[in-house]
Design a protein around this ligand. Structure first.
Ligand SMILES: [Mg+2]
Length: 292
């Protein structure tokens, strides 16, 4: 994504606000490249009806989004500190496992670009072009939390499902290093190219460590049995595990993608067809007042 839009006073004000907040240790989603609706050409007016707009606008602007991320990481810190205080001599070392995308890494400018290009659904080809650009940001609270883990000797294991060809792993490491996260090395970073199943790393870490927390934006980051293509079944599985959320499972908000999408469409990356737009409409109106 390029930042070559004409600079407006609004953008200057935004940049000053961001600089002020960053100086105080706070963070905001990308605003510097924001383009106002009046700056858009008529050719992009089709985007006014893009079904992604609400979800992406929320990620791009809502302080509530940032607050939910901080809430998740504040809770993670509380749980971690509790586990540290209960440690006894001879116990296995502590560890956490974290997902990457939408858990510790933000891709909001990917979504902004996708919308500007007329995309209405996740586009894997554009994603694969975007990844090597290293335009990622840290999710609010993630860097502070992961540094807190390191400061207390709690190892961090990263796991992601990505496939950008032979350089997939190299790209993932580069993003983690760009954000200056701790424990970024081959012993701690796993990238699955062929499967979205993350349970092998969970089992492996559990042998050598006391696995305190798992961080994710997708229930499939915690257990494979959430990988079902049925909304009701998936919801029931979540209810079964309700006590784990905010305890050993820490969840970050993500309204644009994940296996909740698969539960609606039958696939995680549905094509932008009218049949799929109908499925989205059906999902959104699953419960609807009849007007009476
Ligand atoms: Mg994720």
């Amino acid at each position: 994504m390029s930042c070559d839009n004409p600079t407006s006073e609004t953008d200057n004000q935004r940049r000053r606000l961001v600089a002020y907040l960053l100086a105080g240790g706070a963070a905001l989603p990308l605003a510097a490249c924001a383009q106002t609706s009046t700056e858009r050409t008529e050719a992009t007016d089709v985007s006014l009806h893009n079904p992604l707009l609400w979800a992406v606008a929320w990620k791009q602007t809502a302080a509530e989004f940032g607050a939910l991320c901080y809430q998740a990481y504040n809770l993670a810190t509380l749980r971690l500190d509790g586990a540290l205080s209960r440690r006894k001599h001879g116990d296995k070392p502590l560890a956490i496992i974290t997902d990457m995308d939408n858990t510790i890494i933000q891709a909001v400018n990917y979504w902004g670009y996708l919308i500007n290009e007329g995309g209405e659904f996740f586009d894997d080809a554009i994603w694969d072009q975007w990844i090597p650009k290293n335009l990622v940001q840290a999710v609010p609270g993630s860097k502070t939390f992961l540094d807190h883990c390191q400061a207390n000797g709690v190892e961090v294991f990263y796991v992601s499902n990505r496939d950008q060809g032979d350089r997939t792993y190299e790209y993932a490491l580069a993003q983690l290093r760009l954000l200056n996260f701790p424990y970024v090395d081959e012993a701690h970073v796993t990238v699955n190219r062929a499967s979205s199943n993350k349970m092998a790393i969970k089992e492996k870490v559990s042998v050598s460590h006391d696995l305190v927390l798992m961080l994710g934006d997708n229930l499939n980051d915690y257990k494979r049995d959430y990988y079902v293509a049925d909304v009701d079944e998936r919801y029931a599985l979540m209810e079964r595990d309700r006590d784990d959320y905010g305890d050993r499972f820490i969840l970050l908000p993500n309204p644009t993608d994940g296996h909740w999408v698969r539960a609606i469409f039958g696939e995680s990356e549905p094509a932008p067809t009218d049949a799929n737009r109908r499925l989205l409409l059906d999902a959104a109106t699953r419960s609807a007042w009849d007007g009476q």
